[in-house]
Write a protein that binds this ligand. Structure first.
Ligand SMILES: Cc1cc2nc3c(=O)[nH]c(=O)nc-3n(C[C@H](O)[C@H](O)[C@H](O)COP(=O)(O)OP(=O)(O)OC[C@H]3O[C@@H](n4cnc5c(N)ncnc54)[C@H](O)[C@@H]3O)c2cc1C
Length: 616
């Protein structure tokens, strides 16, 4: 079956998948008709459930490719045939990217199966993002056509000697009579060899500086053969099959039309494009968490020890509950951040940094605790579940390293502390933007690239809404829709946020000398954001979802008494150094029951059901 969408109507999380003749794609299933209501559901169905995966996504086959350090080409072809690349292209350029949360969930679906495939295929979105942000109409249209038809794009920012320090880059572009000539080496570039297109950041003023770099979209097919050399693939600890290589340019002539944005605007464009890509990278971590939770749950439910099942041991249930909560916290952060691309666009310099720093860190914790529970089976590379967990642990490490590592993202937050303090003190909140961000079940407003900004003048509406949000939680508790204990947790978070902003205000620093304590403050800020995201998502959706019937990802009872919210707020407070009341810690055990008895709960499936099943 090829569920490539042909006939689409707007719906939450994507499109109704149908056929060219206008009839819906349908699958007969023992008296039931399954209609994929969204792109995410269609992709999920195509790639298959654990134990019944598409043949190119079989874990043993992917593990074998990893051992041989071979690129998972067949799996990527499946994604090409599905039309995933069209989701990397904005709707205005003829593609299907109209909802960044949908894109995140699509890549999460791939990452759930294999991170090498997700990184190898999804990189084209990262490579193209600068053109979506700053390209002219013709560039956007042309790249849209190329990407939609399967062309691979890579992003050449890093250089061997300069890592995160973009302003030190030495690849240079000089004017020629016909355009520009590129010289120098970009190294550690994902898909530099396989890709047809490379979006290159190059120095256009010898003395560099913030306005001394420009971006060029280089089409390797249009370069002279001797104008570039692809560098050998670099062996890596994880995502071993990925094409992590590089490219050297030797007087590579590109036309004027290759320049993306203005001369000198390269760094600004990159920083804005990173706001989209860093947020979308949450997908990689969320997919990893999905698989880790599944493996841990299967093991805890199936393993017999001391005449009991492992999951009967209180400590094991506690771990399952804690990592379920950490995964939900990561998911809430990812959903709010990706929705914010549409609804709080001007704040993405803050939001993307939070998502890119916090989500991989939370999922790293899920993997660490999961490994502890799996014991030996987390360490075996073949014997248990095809060694998926061990591979996942290796693969996931890269998420905190590339596209701006955790320190770089925390530094981006530190740079904006004065604005965050002013915004919190003055209670500056884009109420409509926050409200829309926290309603993932509704189609988002169109993304407007002109509203991206290098720094967020308003600060961060989600965190700045905390006083009001916490008051709303208290009101729900007083109205009987939440236990008072949840409102108590919310109050403690509000108090933390108040203290934190005082400490942010007291920070003394120069841009070149950021003290280690500032990074710790940034981490606490991220946790306040995550807590606010959970409260907002619960407040805006609990009435509808607490009574929802059917196969929603979070069962109604988890919404009704705010159990998932309680466990997530407890996780935030624990990470902030608080000690939990015994009853709050027990919320983890109740959450674990759901994870073990049914499946690990997720927010995304609650907002957009995986598939609609109706009697035939
Ligand atoms: C698998 C893989 C794929 C990649 N793909 C691409 C790609 O497609 N395109 C591309 O351009 N690059 C790519 N990279 C490069 C990646 O983005 C770089 O690794 C990244 O820029 C960081 O560089 P670095 O690790 O060399 O560390 P450096 O930047 O040299 O940093 C060294 C150390 O300093 C810390 N540090 C850095 N900045 C700060 C700061 N401001 N404050 C405090 N501490 C700081 C870091 O955390 C790190 O511990 C890839 C890397 C890998 C591993």
């Amino acid at each position: 079956m090829n569920p490539r969408p042909r006939n689409a109507t707007a719906e939450p999380y994507g499109t109704t998948y149908g056929r060219a003749d206008g009839r819906r794609e349908e699958r007969q299933e023992e008296g039931f008709r399954t209609v994929h209501r969204s792109a995410v559901a269609a992709l999920d169905s195509l790639l298959g459930l654990p134990g019944d995966e598409h043949e190119s996504f079989h874990p043993a086959a992917l593990a074998e490719l990893d051992r041989r350090e071979a690129f998972p080409a067949a799996a990527c072809r499946v994604l090409d045939d599905f039309g995933l690349s069209e989701h990397y292209v904005p709707g205005t350029a003829g593609g299907r990217l109209t909802d960044y949360t949908e894109l995140m969930l699509l890549l999460r679906t791939v990452a759930r199966h294999d991170l090498t495939v997700a990184v190898g295929h999804g990189k084209t979105f990262l490579g193209a993002a600068s053109v979506w942000v700053a390209g002219d109409d013709e560039q956007v249209r042309q790249l849209g056509q190329l990407v939609s038809s399967g062309a691979i794009a890579s992003w050449g920012l890093t250089e061997r000697r300069h890592g995160s320090d973009l302003l030190a880059g030495q690849v240079a572009a000089t004017r020629t009579s016909r355009g520009w000539a590129l010289n120098g080496e970009k190294w550690l570039i994902n898909n530099a060899t396989r890709g047809r297109l490379v979006c290159v950041l190059a120095r256009t003023r010898p003395d560099g500086g913030p306005r001394g770099f420009s971006l060029f979209l280089v089409d390797k097919q249009r370069l002279a053969e001797d104008a570039y050399t692809c560098l050998p693939r670099v062996p890596t600890h994880g995502i071993r099959g990925a094409d992590i290589s590089g490219i050297t340019f030797h007087d590579a002539e590109v036309p004027d039309g290759a320049l993306v944005g203005e001369v000198g605007g390269g760094v600004e464009t990159v920083l804005k494009a990173l706001q989209l890509t860093r947020t979308t990278c949450a997908a990689l971590s969320l997919g990893a968490a999905d698989t880790a939770l599944r493996l841990v749950t299967d093991y805890a439910s199936g393993r017999r020890l001391y005449g009991r099942t492992l999951s009967d041991l209180p400590r094991i249930r506690r771990i399952v509950g804690e990592i379920t909560a950490a995964a939900l916290l990561a998911e809430a952060t990812g959903i709010m951040a990706s929705r914010s691309i549409h609804t709080l666009t001007g704040e993405m310099s803050v939001t993307s940094a939070i998502a890119k720093a916090l989500v991989p860190e939370l999922v790293h914790h899920v993997l660490d605790r999961g490994a502890e529970l799996l014991g030996v089976r987390s360490f075996l590379t073949e014997t248990y579940a095809d060694g998926v967990f061990a591979k996942l642990e290796r693969d996931h490490r890269v998420v905190a390293i590339f596209d701006g590592n955790t320190a770089v993202n925390r530094n981006a937050l530190v740079d904006q502390f004065p604005l965050l303090v002013a915004g919190y003190r003055r209670g500056r909140v884009d109420g409509a933007g926050v409200d829309a961000a926290a309603r993932p079940g509704t189609p988002p407003p169109a993304f407007d690239r002109r509203r991206l900004a290098l720094i967020s003048q308003r600060g961060c509406s989600v965190v700045q809404s905390l006083p009001d949000t916490v008051a709303r939680v208290r009101a729900r508790a007083e109205a009987g829709s939440l236990p008072a204990a949840v409102a108590d947790l919310a109050d403690r978070i509000r108090a933390e946020a108040d203290d934190l902003h005082q400490e942010l205000a007291a920070q003394r620093r120069t841009p070149r000398d950021v003290p280690p304590s500032a990074f710790a403050l940034a981490e606490r800020y991220e946790l306040c954001y995550a807590a606010a995201a959970c409260m907002l998502l619960w407040l805006n959706n609990h009435e509808a979802l607490a009574h929802e019937q059917g196969d929603a990802g979070l069962p109604p009872e988890l919404w009704r008494d705010g159990l998932w919210l309680r466990a997530c707020l407890s996780t935030v407070l624990t990470r902030l150094g608080h000690t939990l009341e015994a009853a709050d810690a027990e919320a983890y055990d109740r959450l674990a029951e759901h994870t073990l008895d049914t499946a690990p709960p997720t927010l995304a499936t609650a907002f957009g059901p995986a598939a609609v099943r109706s009697p035939a």
